[in-house]
Design a protein around this ligand. Structure first.
Ligand SMILES: *Cc1c(COP(=O)(O)O)cnc(C)c1O
Length: 400
């Protein structure tokens, strides 16, 4: 037991008092984790299908990651990229091994939105063009550049004017999307499965048509794999399902076993970038790099992408068997799964928490499951049983 357990009321009210309050908080104080499970301050156990929003792919407190962090922390924590570093060199080499064909150089940063910011800058610098085409329902982060690519008006409108020359076109509609790409287009940015936008997988035909339009018109293709990467969808990167290679790849979330980190991968079409044109104080710090090496080695050694494919198939099959008339659709890829309801899903997520299962939303009507890829079939059964029970508790009714 940790010293903090049993004293949750103190720190819940402290957070409420001193945080700016922009998060929609759930009523649980999580203080410990292991594998696909976490515990709250009162010692209550949960199966975690949030996983830090798709971060803990190798499991909470993965022993190999913990060991790497401990060892690196006692040797060197900070080292600017103005200097070379052993942990960083290993991290770059690992990324080059697992990323899609053609991606062979990397910029290291600290979060998803920062990876998208850099990707946009690299695309503008490489092409000398300005326009960026993004997808309706797409999500790329909330800093001003990334927000310009994000679709949801609720996030954008309060902060206008955003970065000029961003346009949005319909996802999975090749004919319409292609019309937005022209000889002024620096880049197209797309998620292989839209995450925040409702867990919507792309079709291979759509991605291939966009890839071809980019090639024909001299635009670069940025594939945002911040949520889909590192085994989540059943391949190391989701674009492998689609038969498409990106020019620029954005990564974050699952990259370093839970330590904050982002990365941008580029291919030879991006060419040489100006010295000092893009930098980050914390980017490529040895602690994050050591954690990433351990997380990537674990993903590869345990073949977690394959596990995600098999467990995801099983999970979706079990969810489809619930066959409640309030469920509109179960969809996803690997262990990135959405259950779309015919009603708002917030109360259901709350009821699941009472049953000891943490789930996310994606929009207002979709329950989203992003468990650690090490989740067991027994744990998946428990999650499905909890959802079945919560639905049965209010048969035929709107769940309030
Ligand atoms: C989460 C996410 C981001 C933003 O990442 P942050 O680390 O929250 O800034 C960008 N793109 C996609 C696809 C994401 O899922």
């Amino acid at each position: 037991m940790q010293a903090t357990e049993g004293r949750d009321m103190d720190f819940k009210s402290t957070e409420d008092q001193f945080s700016v309050g922009v998060y929609q908080k759930r009523d649980a104080a999580i203080v410990r984790g292991r594998g696909a499970r976490v515990w709250d301050a009162a010692g209550r156990e949960y199966i975690d299908c949030v996983a830090g929003v798709g971060v803990a792919n190798v499991g909470h407190c993965n022993p190999a990651v913990v060991k790497a962090i401990q060892e690196q922390a006692s040797r060197l924590i900070t080292c600017s990229e103005l200097f070379y570093n052993d942990a960083r060199a290993q991290c770059l080499e690992r990324l080059s091994r697992i990323t899609p064909e053609g991606i062979d150089r990397f910029f290291l940063c600290n979060s998803g939105t920062e990876a998208v910011e850099g990707a946009i800058k690299f695309a503008r610098m490489a092409t000398g063009r300005k326009r960026v085409v993004a997808a309706m329902r797409g999500y790329h982060g909330k800093t001003l550049g990334s927000l310009s690519a994000t679709w949801d008006k609720k996030y954008r409108d309060p902060f206008a004017p955003l970065v000029p020359d961003f346009v949005h076109a319909p996802y999975n509609n090749a004919a319409e999307f292609e019309k937005a790409i022209d000889d002024q287009t620096a880049a197209v940015i797309l998620e292989p499965v839209q995450g925040e936008g409702g867990v919507r997988p792309a079709t291979a035909g759509f991605f291939q048509a966009v890839r071809k339009a980019c090639d024909d018109r001299g635009a670069l293709l940025i594939v945002d794999e911040i949520q889909t990467g590192f085994g989540r969808t059943g391949r190391m990167f989701a674009c492998e399902h689609l038969g498409v290679f990106p020019d620029i790849l954005t990564m974050a979330k699952g990259i370093a076993g839970g330590i904050p980190m982002g990365a941008i991968g580029i291919n030879r079409r991006v060419g040489d970038l100006e010295k000092q044109s893009h930098t980050s104080t914390f980017g490529g710090n040895p602690l994050a790099c050591a954690a990433a090496v351990a997380a990537i080695d674990y993903l590869v050694d345990q073949d977690l992408p394959k596990q995600a494919a098999e467990k995801g198939e099983y999970f979706m099959q079990r969810l489809r068997a619930i066959a409640d008339p309030r469920i509109r659709e179960v969809r996803g890829l690997g262990l990135m799964i959405g259950v779309e309801l015919k009603q708002k899903a917030g109360a259901l997520a709350q009821a699941m928490l009472q049953e000891g299962v943490l789930v996310l939303l994606a929009g207002s009507t979709v329950l989203r499951f992003l468990p650690p890829l090490v989740i067991t079939r027994e744990e998946i059964d428990t999650v499905v049983a909890a959802l079945t029970k919560v639905l049965a508790a209010a048969p035929g009714a709107e769940i309030e």
